[in-house]
Design a protein around this ligand. Structure first.
Ligand SMILES: Cc1cc2nc3c(=O)[nH]c(=O)nc-3n(C[C@H](O)[C@H](O)[C@H](O)COP(=O)(O)OP(=O)(O)OC[C@H]3O[C@@H](n4cnc5c(N)ncnc54)[C@H](O)[C@@H]3O)c2cc1C
Length: 343
């Protein structure tokens, strides 16, 4: 017999978001089976509540309390579903911790996600923004996922094409935003991975440390070392990593800006567009390391909005908007948050 669902009321979410904001959920529950998901959704329908799925809370900003049911997705399991001489396919439950999955795969010799070491959060959230770092994005190893529709309870498989992955983007941030619960993700990993070293900070690190012919283990260790040296640890200082996306702008605007700021960096996206590092714009606008009360932009990484302790979601959001306005004023570029804003 299945056990009843435990539902908490006026639940404090401060330990469930890496920004450390003390927002409250009107209702909160933890689910780890499909049956429990369905019970949670019955509760939502009976009480006509909005619903929010929460993984590790490392890409979310609660600007205010959440008036409905927060479902903490906590299912576990890594299953090897197919294998040949070259590759493996694994099905991973949404509640598995992403970095632990990376380490598990690296230890098995399965390559493809080593560049994504130490990204906080859970596997179920990884497709939402097609997580990426050090020259690799989730989509390069993604095969499919299973998701449950919140309104109907129907379970469906989504192929890679159907997920419509883009830069920190997918269908789950657009048409299907808030519509489905991702239950598991299938990845295809390589037994003889050609490591991806195109990202300059990574190749520089390996060269400087005289690591020749690195394998997936060395790449993972290098990524961990680089990340630890420049990103604040959410256990010590509240943050959600990069707060804004790197804006993609027309080449014509970039050419104008280059006249005024000859050192402005950019990466080509297409013949007509380039991507400009948001951190550079924020730093140039004078916000790097700037602090106002309990909020600031981090001193080592201008793109990281930080909570020095007691900031409310409102404080953080107001500060982020101040930075956004200032960048717009100076460069005529609109920054958009990478983080999911709950307001
Ligand atoms: C220090 C730091 C560094 C970071 N570095 C990177 C980086 O290099 N690259 C990168 O891409 N990201 C990075 N991030 C952002 C974050 O780690 C990722 O976006 C991660 O995938 C979020 O996972 P989560 O479980 O914490 O998601 P949450 O914050 O819990 O949720 C994020 C969004 O996904 C939805 N969601 C979560 N789980 C599910 C589910 N099972 N079904 C449906 N919807 C769901 C939520 O409703 C929310 O909208 C960083 C964050 C921090 C704090």
């Amino acid at each position: 017999m299945s056990s009843p669902l435990k539902i908490y009321e006026f639940y404090d979410l401060s330990s469930h978001n890496t920004m450390g904001v003390s927002a409250k959920a009107r209702f909160f529950t933890e689910v780890n089976t499909v049956d429990a998901h369905r019970k949670a959704l019955e509760f939502v329908q009976e009480n006509e509540l909005p619903v929010l799925i929460l993984g590790g809370g490392s890409n979310i900003l609660f600007v205010k309390d959440f008036p409905g049911l927060v479902i903490h997705q906590n299912s576990k399991g890594i299953e090897l579903v197919a294998e040949n001489d070259e590759q493996v396919e694994v099905t991973v439950a949404a509640g598995e911790n992403w970095h632990q999955l990376v380490q598990f795969c690296v230890n098995k010799g399965w390559g493809g996600i080593e560049n994504l070491s130490l990204i906080p959060g859970n596997v179920g959230a990884a497709p939402i923004q097609n997580i990426g770092a050090y020259g690799v994005e989730l989509e390069s190893v993604f095969s499919s996922l299973e998701a449950l529709y919140i309104k109907t309870g129907e379970i469906r498989t989504f192929s890679k094409d159907e997920c419509a992955f883009g830069y920190r983007d997918s269908i789950f941030k657009k048409e299907l935003k808030g519509e489905v619960i991702i239950i598991s993700v299938n990845l295809i990993l390589q037994k003889n991975q050609q490591v991806q070293l195109s990202y300059k900070a990574l190749s520089d690190y390996l060269e400087k440390n005289r690591i020749n012919n690195p394998g997936i283990k060395e790449v993972s260790e290098a990524v961990i070392a680089i990340r630890q040296s420049k990103l604040p640890d959410p256990n010590e200082i509240g943050n959600t990593g990069s707060f804004f996306k790197n804006p993609v702008i027309p080449v014509s605007l970039f050419d104008d800006l280059k006249q005024k700021y000859p050192d402005i960096p950019a990466y080509p996206v297409s013949g007509e567009q380039v991507k400009v590092p948001a951190g550079w714009l924020i730093e140039k606008a004078g916000w790097k390391g700037k602090r106002e009360g309990e909020v600031g932009m981090h001193a080592k990484q201008a793109l990281v909005l930080v909570n020095y302790g007691k900031a409310t979601g409102q404080d953080l959001w107001e500060f982020a908007n101040k930075v956004k306005r200032s960048v717009h004023q100076q460069f005529d570029i609109d920054l958009t948050p990478e983080v999911n804003i709950i307001s």
